[in-house]
Structure formats: C-alpha cells, structure tokens
Design a protein around this ligand. Sequence first.
Ligand code: NAD
Ligand code: UDP
Length: 319
Amino acid sequence: MKRILITGAAGFLGSHLCDRFIAEGHHVIGMDNLITGDLKNLEHLMQLERFDFYHHDVTKFVHVPGKLDYILHFASPASPIDYLKIPIQTLKVGALGTHNLLGLAKEKNARFMIASTSEIYGDPLVHPQTEEYYGNVNTIGPRGVYDEAKRFQESITMAYHRFHGLDTRIVRIFNTYGPRMRLNDGRVIPAFMGQALRGEDLTVFGDGSQTRSFCYVDDEIEGIYRLLMSDYTLPMNIGNPNEITIKDFAEEIVKLTGTDQKIIYKPLPKDDPLQRQPDITKAKEILGWEPKVGREEGMRKTFEYFKTLSKHELQKTEH
Ligand code: NAD
Ligand code: UDP
C-alpha cells in the first residue's frame, strides 16, 4: 500500500483523484484550506481508515508525519473568476506552495506531480498546442497571476528534478468537466448549466468564435494516473482534442437541457484565449492513453449531477 498526499483534495479534480487512489487500495492524505473547495466532495471518504484529511494552507510550512510515496500538488484556484478574486493567493499557492511541497517531497523521497495547465500556452499562436510550444502569456494581464504561477511551478519542479534528482511529473491539464464542479464557479460549463436550470439566458462572452476542447473528468483522471505511473518526466498534455466554438457549445447545451433559453452576448474578458486544443500525440504514444467519453455522454452525466444539486445551489446564489 502506498501513502499519497493530494493537495486541493476538496476541489473538483483533487476529490476525484482521492477516489481513484482509494480505489487502487492506497492510503490517501487529502490536504485543503477550502478556499474554493468543499468538504462535501470528500464526505464519503471521511470514515475510511485509509483516508485522512488535513485542513491546511500549503503556502505555510507543510508537515506530514510518516512515509509518503507520492505527492500530487493540485491545490490552486482554477476558474478565472476565482483567480481574479484572489490573485495573491493564486500566485502564492503556485509559487510558495509548490516550493514547500517540493521540500517535503525531497525529505520523504516521494515522487512529485504538479497540476499544470493549458493556460501556460496563454493565447496560443500555435494550434493545436504541442508540449514544445513556449506559449504567449501576458505577464501583467488579469490572468497572468494564474498563468505565471503555473509557469513558475513548472520551472521550479524541473529545477528540483535536475538539481536534486527529484522524481517529478508535470501534467498540463486542458479544460476538464464533470460532477463536483461548483455550479457557480464561473467556468463555462457550470455557468451554462446553472443558467439553464434557473431559466436564465446563456451568456456567451465575445462573439462565441473562441474555441475550447473539453475533457470528461474520468478520462482526465485516467491520463493523470497513467502519467504518474510512467517514467516520463517532461510536461505532458492531457485533454480531449475535440474542439468546439463556445457559440456552438451554447447551442448544444440548450438542446441537452431541453430548455428554450436564448443565447445572449457579453464582452469577452481580457486575454481570453481565442483557441485551445491539445495535441495529445505524446500521451497516446507514451501512455497509450486517449479520451473515451464523448461530449454528449459527458455533458449528460454532468447535467444529471447539477440537477441533483440545483435546489440547494440555486438557493445559495439568491443570498
Ligand atoms: P478547484 O477549485 O475545484 O480545486 C482546487 C482546490 O485547491 C480547492 O479545494 C481549494 O480549496 C484548494 N486550495 C487552493 N489554494 C489552497 C492552498 N493555499 N492550500 C490548500 N488548498 C488550497 O479546482 P480544480 O478544477 O479541481 O483544479 C485542480 C487543479 O488542477 C488546479 O491546480 C488547477 O490549476 C488544475 N487545472 C484544472 C483544470 C480544470 O479544467 N479543472 C485545468 C487545468 C489545470
Ligand atoms: N465563457 C462564456 N460564458 C460564460 C463563461 C465562460 O462564454 O458564462 C467563455 C469564456 O470567455 C471562455 C470559455 O467560455 O472563452 C471557457 O471559459 P472557462 O472560464 O470555462 O475556461 P478558460 O477560459 O479558463 O478556458
């Protein structure tokens, strides 16, 4: 049995990772300060002997007693409205938090993985994005706090790998969706589904010609798991290359939810990337991984989840 520390455990991806490692028979220590996460994502694990929860801010010194085999650093605000609201914490969790956890990994001789992001490519001039592309990021723009924290996180991780010989993994995650996303976290899928459930119009930003490529959470977790278990130490894209414009996507959501909501247009946020699609050649060749869940099936499962939450979450937005 391995002992694994997962930061950001009460969040969307962190909680699914906890489930995966528990299902594999390991001991999981989840760590979170609950700044954007929610303990209800972990409540089904709390009674297990093989699960511990530490309420802790990883930008402060991190101490975990006993051995650790793997550390997965997934703590970070991840939605644009979150990191615009808490820009300093976003920079700190990527920079100071990563430094603290690298120190812990070195002390425990643990394999260390960071959750990097397609955002390190910024508003990309290369399409689809390969891992070799250096990116096009506005350092001082509103999204810069997230993008640069993640770029620093990659740099310091590679420095520990090269200088200290630490065993490291870097996953560049592209837009992922599924159950346990926060209904009002501002990302496009919960935003559209929340609007459909409340009977509001769907807000497309800009003219809706910008593209994204959405990956269902089960596929993403499988890719992350395989990368962690591989011996590949350079950054790897994990995402679904099926690209769609946000306007077409809004139309799909109207069809899926069976509502007759109108689509309305709002200004495009500053530095919103115009196109995004992962090149997953490396993941296919090295991990034998590719996504299996199509958008229709994934969106249906996600909508079912939001429907079960809707009353509670909709009440919350009224206060
Ligand atoms: P999320 O907001 O649901 O989860 C992040 C978790 O980190 C939350 O539970 C939050 O409370 C916790 N956290 C934040 N700062 C912390 C701190 N200082 N100390 C301890 N805990 C802290 O977001 P998510 O979508 O699950 O994203 C998880 C990770 O994956 C993030 O690092 C994000 O950058 C990365 N990522 C996600 C996506 C995606 O599409 N979901 C895409 C690219 C990268
Ligand atoms: N978006 C939108 N309406 C919304 C929320 C988001 O049109 O209510 C757009 C947003 O401008 C972006 C895309 O949807 O072009 C994806 O946004 P999200 O915040 O989900 O992720 P990211 O921009 O980080 O990829």
